[in-house]
Design a protein around this ligand. Structure first.
Ligand code: SF4
Length: 202
């Protein structure tokens, strides 16, 4: 019998495979929601994602090479998305002071308004998460961070800016207690960050 997570004979006997299949459904929901949100502005899912990323991140991350790593895509694919956003007058490009071959991508006023509006695309996923018991939220967050860390270590996904991959992060031997040596303070589970502006890669 195939051990594929999607072989129902195997899946129905394996809680691990049911979790993997559930995560796949959620990934599908994200894709559907991104398409729906982008339709109003004739944007593709990656164009919406780039726009939202540009709005919420600092200048040094708003470059083609960084975006390519962030979204695990080629520079050519990201450049195409940037070109389309520029034609729609949603972004601007300003030269990089120390590198004439590179540029920093910013948002126009219209681009900012579209980024704010489209960044609500995940609200239907937020609703059931919001209803979980606080303990279940903490367990879910820890489990997801652990899965992301594994995917990062296995080089499936590249850039991560979460506590578990940060040089400032320390944990107790059992991993129950967390500490940030930059903030110089303990972190509760709910304080652990998925995307931290101060993250320093190990
Ligand atoms: S700097 Fe940010 S990512 Fe790093 S441990 Fe502190 S809070 Fe977490």
């Amino acid at each position: 019998m195939s051990k594929s997570d999607f072989n129902l004979s195997h899946q129905n006997k394996s809680i691990e495979s049911k979790i993997v299949a559930s995560l796949e459904r959620i990934a599908q929901a994200f894709r559907v929601l991104l398409w729906q949100e982008g339709k109003e502005f004739a944007l593709t899912p990656i164009q919406v994602q780039v726009l939202i990323f540009l709005y919420y991140h600092s200048d040094e991350k708003c470059k083609v090479s960084y975006l390519a790593h962030e979204f695990n895509m080629t520079k050519a694919t990201i450049s195409d998305a940037i070109k389309a956003l520029e034609q729609k007058k949603l972004i601007t490009k300003k030269p990089e002071p120390h590198d004439t071959r590179s540029y920093i991508i910013g948002l126009t006023a219209h681009g900012e308004a579209v980024a704010v509006k489209t960044s609500m695309f995940s609200k239907e996923i937020f609703k059931p998460v919001d209803k979980l018991h606080p303990d279940d939220k903490e367990n879910l967050l820890l489990s997801l961070l652990d899965i992301i860390r594994h995917l990062n270590r296995s080089e499936v996904i590249t850039i991560q800016r979460m506590c578990l991959t940060c040089a400032y992060y320390q944990s107790s031997p059992g991993g129950q207690k967390h500490f940030c040596s930059l903030l110089n303070q303990p972190l509760r589970t709910s304080d652990l960050r998925v995307d931290c502006p101060e993250h320093l890669a190990k």
